[in-house]
Write a protein that binds this ligand. Structure first.
Ligand code: PBG
Length: 309
């Protein structure tokens, strides 16, 4: 019956559609359901509309999720598929992150027009990115480079690179893999030198709290270790009150019942940075993230955030 069809809400970019298709494929496999049991509903968000300025100036994270969450709340869709790294730490009343799919590679990848490594870019070359984290980490390694704003989805950014708007760019390897464009990555960045965005590489599923049918359905595709890592990373972000104006990096890894978190904050010009490492039981994932956030904040001091946040 038509009313039983599970409606999956997503943005319309190629990456978002790939993520929604992956979620549907996993749900089909987990429950032995045919493709017709699902409908993918594309929703245009404010973030998709704004192409002409950095998102940090347009109001930050919720820009890619607001309209999708509205559709979820009013019942137009039954679940929403997101990139965890685009999710604000506080969700609207009545919604929850019910499942995380097994994480893809968390690292960033570099692509150059004429060189294959970030370090090989000529002096003063332009690096295209709109991510403050990528800007700060790049300038830390190469203070001579110029950062050129590079908005738009993965394909748009690749086109801009081809057109010579910049000499190189950085993208999430996970996104390239999901788009089958992994071969374009000429350098995979070192995780210690170039830590990812919190949440990078992990697809999450948002649902209505108390919707038992959908809750049970998505529980079958939840990946425990990814869930623990993401809970820890989101607690760190929440403790730092992270906005798009604050370059924040880091990630958690889970092995058996241990979780290890490593976080970093930087000034946008990369000249100052602080790091934190924490380890403990996966059961303490939230506390480890929260505590790491409080500690790095203390370490940095209030003047660290004062100048530019
Ligand atoms: N902000 C856009 C965005 N959100 C998630 C990904 C990549 C996929 C992921 O991290 O899961 C990207 C593109 C990029 O940073 O290259």
């Amino acid at each position: 019956m038509q009313t039983d069809v599970v409606r999956i809400g997503t943005r319309g970019s190629a990456l978002a559609l790939a993520q929604a298709a992956e979620t549907r494929a996993r749900l089909m496999a987990a429950h032995g359901l045919p493709e017709e049991a699902f409908e993918i509903v594309v929703i245009r968000t404010t973030g998709d509309r704004i192409q002409d300025r950095p998102l940090s100036e347009a109001g930050g994270k919720g820009l890619f999720t607001r309209e999708i969450e509205e559709a979820l709340r009013n019942g137009r869709i039954d679940l929403a598929v997101h990139s965890s790294k685009d999710m604000p730490t506080v969700l609207p009343e009545g919604l929850e992150l019910a499942a995380f799919l097994e994480r893809e590679d968390v690292r960033d990848a570099f692509m150059g027009r004429e060189v294959s490594r970030l370090k090989e870019l000529p002096r003063g070359a332009k690096l295209g990115t709109s991510s403050l984290r990528r800007q700060a980490l790049t300038l830390r390694l190469r203070p001579d480079l110029k950062v050129e704003s590079f908005r738009g989805n993965v394909q748009t950014r690749l086109r801009k690179l081809e057109e010579g708007v910049a000499e190189g760019t950085l993208l999430a390897l996970a996104g390239l893999k999901r788009l089958k464009l992994e071969h374009l990555a000429s350098e995979i960045m070192d995780i210690a030198e170039f830590p990812p965005a919190l949440g990078q590489g992990a697809i999450c599923i948002e649902t209505r709290q108390g919707d038992e049918r959908i809750g049970q359905m998505v529980a079958a595709i939840h990946h425990e270790a990814t869930g623990a890592a993401l809970i820890c990373e989101r607690a760190f972000l929440a403790a730092l009150d992270g906005s798009c104006r604050t370059p924040i990096a880091g990630h958690a890894t889970v092995e058996a019942d241990r979780i290890r978190f490593s976080g970093m904050i930087l000034t946008p010009d990369g000249s100052q940075a602080h790091r934190i490492e924490r380890e403990g039981s996966v059961r303490d994932a939230v506390n480890i993230g929260t505590e790491a956030g409080a500690r790095i904040r203390e370490q940095a001091g209030s003047q660290f955030f004062a100048g530019w946040s």
